[in-house]
Design a protein around this ligand. Sequence first.
Ligand SMILES: [Cu+2]
Ligand SMILES: [Zn+2]
Length: 203
Amino acid sequence: MCILLASGIIFSCNTADDKTTGSGSSDSITKLIDTAMHDNNMMHDTMSTPIVTAAVATITSTYADTVVNGTATFETTADDKVKMTLVITVPEKANKSVAVHLHEHGDCGDNGKASHGHWNPTNAQHGKWGTASFHTGDIGNVKLDAKGKGTFTITTDLWTLGGSFNKNIVGKAIIVHSGVDDFTTQPTGNAGNRIGCGLIVAK
Ligand SMILES: [Cu+2]
Ligand SMILES: [Zn+2]
């Protein structure tokens, strides 16, 4: 079995494995990178990377006039899930909530727009995490206190630190929006500008 993606990356399954197991497993996938491909972001997004036990994203402002600071730490739990601990401060949004998502490209440029859309490896509809349909990057809304500080944790088996591209969050961008996610508007949740951004990097 072979799958040719429009991006120019060919995933060729190990045919010897196919004969013995009857189906290609993700472990048997080998990758041939089209040397003519110039989109490094796309290459980063689709390659398998080594599994690591921890990763971090340092979140900073994308607009000079809006202060956003934060850290997202990611660690692999004993039962092979990923736990994210997010701490953000957005003084301008004190006592409000702001949407946070993982976006598909690890690029914070152009006021966060270079991160492109919500990370959505399963081609789902945008929605609230844990409901019938949601993007794998749809973290949700983070409530901020009177000083604009908010914390949020999530533990999930939908993410890995490294590994196959449909679960790996290393190399993705974490985006803080100026507004709240309505969990309904497609495909963005109508969450407003991308005022904070950080790249998830292996620790
Ligand atoms: Cu977003
Ligand atoms: Zn989404």
